[in-house]
Design a protein. Structure first.
Lengths: 198, 102
């Protein structure tokens, strides 16, 4: 049996099913990160005045700024991979998707450098409440990057065969994967200032 | 597959994506520069979150196509935003309460 509404829109929702599905999933993700943002506020108010800012001074702002730019770039290459499919340019799709994965890998490498620098200075989640929430938030975000990379790699390599048999459905799959990827970028846009700059 | 009309439409979208990319890069630099301003913590938080909200709106609006998305998705997100703000208000409310208790 064929999965219904993979390309055409459902008359009652006006959307193909996967798009409604990913937005509902992203709504649940907002609440997941929301709970941790809420914990951040709770811990910041609970810490001595100015302590959160002081504890955060150990973090590497230039490296995190560079990482922010990498993630923004990956969002552009992601949307460009979808646009390339819309324009029937499969080779360009492959190029942009490859660049997206490269940016994601770059982000993780920089995060690894940051983490190991902290551990070398004996800074762990147990050091204080700032680092407890820093490692929790950036760790969970990093896991989202890894999860996204697995899906994007599948669509870049083995899953891309679908382009030959069902190009419209494949294009929609890339749009859905892109929505997830942009969300991960969006979360980092808020994590960057609250953890590194304030 | 894409028709001629679609192709023109997507090409105009690509121009918008590049403009948004440039705006996001500039705003990232502005966020970092603003953190070095000699202002109070409250003002710094307000400024940083305002810039982050602008950046977030650009990503959601243009890269995630929310600007032209169906009403159902807008309603789902408005409901989510409502719950999100409740979640943010809970810790603040507890501290306001503690402050009032002295």
């Amino acid at each position: 049996m064929e999965i219904p509404y993979t390309v055409e829109e459902r008359p009652d929702t006006g959307l193909y099913n996967a798009k409604l599905g990913i937005w509902l999933f992203l709504a649940s993700e907002v609440m997941l990160f929301g709970g941790l943002f809420s914990a951040y506020i709770f811990l910041r108010f609970g810490a001595p005045v100015g302590a959160f800012h002081e504890w955060g001074l150990e973090l590497n702002i230039p490296l995190a700024t560079f990482n922010t730019l990498i993630l923004i770039t990956s969002s552009v290459t992601m949307v460009m991979s979808w646009a390339s499919l819309k324009l029937n340019e499969f080779k360009k799709y492959k190029l942009y998707m490859g660049l997206t994965l490269l940016c994601a890998l770059g982000f993780l490498i920089i995060k690894y450098i940051e983490y190991t620098a902290k551990f070398d200075h004996h800074i762990y989640p147990s050091t204080n409440t700032f680092y407890a929430i820093y490692f929790t938030l950036t760790g969970l975000h990093g896991l989202h990057i890894i999860g996204g990379m697995i899906v994007l790699y599948y669509f870049w390599m083995p899953g891309s065969k679908m382009w030959n048999s069902k190009p419209e459905q494949f294009t929609n799959r890339i749009e859905i994967a892109g929505l997830y990827w942009h969300f991960v970028d969006l979360v980092w846009i808020f994590l960057f200032p609250i953890l590194y700059l304030l | 597959m894409s028709s001629g009309h679609d192709t023109i439409d997507i090409q105009s979208h690509i121009k918008v994506y590049m403009t948004v990319f440039a705006a996001l890069a500039v705003l990232t630099v502005v966020t970092v520069a603003a953190s070095y301003l000699d202002i109070s913590t409250g003002e710094a938080i307000l400024l940083a979150l305002t810039i982050a909200s602008i950046k977030g709106s650009l990503v959601a609006g243009y890269f995630m196509h929310l600007i032209s998305e169906k009403a159902l998705i807008t309603w789902i997100l408005m409901l989510t935003a409502g719950f999100f703000f409740v979640l943010m208000f809970i810790p603040m409310a507890s501290f306001i309460d503690q402050a009032q208790l002295g």
